[in-house]
Each structure stands twice: as C-alpha cells, then as structure tokens.
Design a protein around this ligand. Structure first.
Ligand SMILES: *Cc1c(COP(=O)(O)O)cnc(C)c1O
Length: 399
C-alpha cells in the first residue's frame, strides 16, 4: 500500500520548487511564488480524478472529517452512525464536533451493513459516516439509498481507499462529502494531509472557509477578505502539498501493482476451501491495498495469524486483538464516559461504549486477517511469500 515505498526524485524536486520561492503558504503571495500553486494543483488533479466538482486539501484526514461534519451541519447533540471497524480518527472527529458516535454492525464487506442502519436510527440521527476500510468499498449504493430515504447526511470516510470505486464511480462522491487522508502510511502521502471532495457548491464554500478561520478567499488581498462564518485552521502547507502532487501522479502505477500482487496471492490461497475472502461489492473497483480473508472461527484465525508472523509473512493484521482499528480494544473510548480521556468534556449524555454490543461485527472480526499488499515486492519476494503462505495454511486448513 503505502506511497512512501516509492518516494523518489519526483517528490524531492516538487518540494525543491517550493523551497526555491520560499512561499510555503497556500494562499496569496502571487508574485513571489512564480506560478507555483501546489495545494491548488493537487485539488484540481484530485477533483478531476474522482469526478468531484470540488476538492479542498487540508492538514489531515481527521481534519477532513471535521471539516466535512462542520460544512454539512452535523454538530452538537446530533447522532452520527459509524462502524466499529475503522481508525479511531473517525470517532474522534464526530466527538470533536460535539456529536455522538452511534455504532452499527458491519458485514462481510468489513464496512457498515446497510441492512442494520434502521435498527440504530433515532430522532436525533443526523448523518451516516461509512468507512471504506482497507482499500475497498462498502455497499455504498444501498447506504446512499437509505440516507436519501431517511433524509440523512452521507459523509464517506475514504481515507484508506483512494483509487477505489463502485461501478466506475469514485469513493467519496456518493454523498454530500467524501474524505481522504494523505498521512505517512496512506496510498498517496503528503507526509501529513487530507482532503474533502464534494459536488455541492455551498458545502465546498463552507468547507473552504471553515478550514481557514472563516476566510471567504475572495479577492487578492487577504487583509480585506470577508468572514462569513467562524472556523479553525486546518490548512496544509505548500511543502506537504508538493509531495502530494508528485505522489498523485504515481497513483495509477500503485493501483496496477497492488492489483497484480493481490491477484496472485489470492489465487494461491483459493486452493484452501476453508478460506473465504472479504466480500467486494465491486471487485473491479478494489484499490487492492489489502487482501482480507476469513478463517472458519476465532481460534483458527488467531493461530494462523501467529503462524504467518512466525513464518516471516509480515504485514498481516488480526484486527480483533489489535488496539488500533476495532472497538473491542478501544479502552480509552470505553472509559470516555467517565471523562478519563477526552481533554474537554463536551457531552453530558454520551453513551457508555463499554456496553455497546455488536455480535455480528465481533463474529466477523474474530475470523478476519488482513494482509497488506506492498508495492516494493520483487517477483522473487512475491513467490517466496506465496510459498510461506501456502505452507502455513497447509498446516491449518483443508484444501
Ligand atoms: C488514516 C485514517 C484517518 C485519519 O487520517 P489522518 O490523516 O491520519 O488524520 C481517518 N479514517 C481512517 C479510516 C483512516 O485510516
């Protein structure tokens, strides 16, 4: 997956172009910057690539989520439906907006199950925030349909799935706004960075202002700009944007490589009938950053995960025991009600997350292993890897 694997002269030269002018700020300084607009260029390129009308580059994926929630008008006291399998940033952004994350079950797509949303709907539900985890999409058309039917805002957390699509339509373009991350380990990296994309002019204008203290960015004199709304500072620097510009040009190369690597590993694993693969609503649109598969039960999944690591098959994740990506191990969130871990106590009536009960998600995550698909593998490394995987699975699984 990560773009840092192919960091090279293109990125270095792009940064040097900025260093030559010394204009590190993304706005203004029209003369001094000698025509170099890295953040603007990235935005135009990503909008084109995703088919979205607008793109705003910002300081992180978490910032993008915060901006999207603010620009869409989800805030204090609103409930936002989220999956329990994500990066904690999704949950943090909802809490930081003063809203209440409400967990709903995932299915074998490893993303929100559209059929279970109704069960957690209340009169306070304002938005649904599905996460396209590990490079592939949720059943996003059905989730969109549900949101339209119920009059809910749809914001997609596509931070892990740049380049993925559903039936030819890019992730992030199904609802009011979509969010990407370009942090150090994502498919395209800016070092730190994120973006929101939207087709809605009003949401874009709010997002653009909110990310920069409410500035309306009209005219050429920053000192004379108006402030339609209050905001914050979620700006990106030109240096980070410069890296992103070079990385984005490599996206097709990355996708092609990932898809090929994933395909051969998957084929080798298909000989084991006990192994099932993650459901992909549109296999063609998979960005192929991970190969996720299911073992018949939790005991076997844990054992296979250990054996893969012992055999030197690196980059395999058993999320159920991992404290980064699944609710089960988020003790800091479960203690949240007691005010232990959030520096500011913003909500009076936050749910007690230690009591959240998601049997379907537990059962799926307990059986799931995800294997990271690297770009830098040589043909030899790839075939040695497949040999090791075959051997481990042969010890545990029926053919
Ligand atoms: C990485 C990530 C984020 C946050 O991105 P940052 O740029 O690290 O703030 C949000 N959601 C998901 C699913 C992520 O993987």
């Amino acid at each position: 997956m990560p773009g840092f694997e192919i960091f090279g002269d293109e990125e270095r030269n792009s940064v040097l172009e900025v260093l030559e002018t010394g204009v590190l700020f993304r706005y203004g300084f029209d003369q001094a910057r000698k025509g170099r607009w890295k953040a603007k260029t990235f935005e135009a390129e990503l909008a084109k690539r995703t088919g979205a009308k607008h793109c705003l580059l910002c300081s992180s994926g978490t910032a993008a989520l915060s901006i999207a929630l603010a620009a869409c008008g989800a805030g204090a006291g609103d409930e936002v439906i989220v999956p329990p399998f994500t990066f904690i940033a999704t949950i943090e952004s909802v809490l930081n907006a003063g809203a209440v994350p409400v967990f709903s079950e995932i299915d074998e797509t490893l993303c929100l199950n559209p059929d279970r949303l109704e069960a957690v709907l209340t009169s306070r539900t304002k938005a649904v925030l599905p996460v396209h985890m590990c490079g592939a999409t949720a059943r996003i058309d059905e989730i969109r349909h549900f949101c339209e039917k119920k009059g809910l805002i749809l914001i997609e957390d596509a931070c892990q799935s740049l380049g993925a699509s559903f039936k030819g339509k890019a992730v992030g373009t199904f609802g009011q706004a979509g969010c990407f991350s370009f942090d150090a380990v994502k498919t395209v990296t800016c070092g730190e960075g994120g973006s929101i994309i939207t087709n809605d002019d009003a949401i874009y204008l709010k997002a653009d202002a909110y990310a920069d203290h409410g500035h309306d960015h009209k005219g050429n004199d920053r000192g004379l700009e108006g402030h339609a709304i209050l905001g914050a500072n979620f700006r990106i620097s030109e240096l980070n944007a410069a890296i992103g510009c070079a990385q984005l040009k490599k996206l097709d190369f990355m996708l092609e490589k990932q898809r090929r690597h994933k395909k051969v590993i998957r084929e080798a694993m298909s000989q084991f009938s006990e192994i099932a693969f993650r459901q992909l609503p549109d296999p063609e649109g998979d960005s192929a950053t991970f190969l996720s598969f299911f073992l018949p039960d939790e005991t076997k999944a844990r054992a296979v995960s250990k054996a893969l690591a012992a055999a030197g098959v690196d980059g395999c994740f058993y999320w159920y025991d991992n404290n980064w990506h699944y609710l089960r191990q988020w003790d800091h969130l479960k203690r949240f009600q007691a005010g232990a871990k959030l520096p500011i106590q913003m909500l009076d009536n936050c749910p007690d997350y230690s009591r959240t009960n998601l049997p379907q998600s537990d059962s799926i995550m307990g059986r799931t292993i995800s294997m990271q698909i690297k770009l830098a593998w040589t043909e030899q490394e790839l075939s040695q890897r497949i040999e090791k995987i075959r051997k481990v699975l042969g010890d545990f699984c029926h053919e």
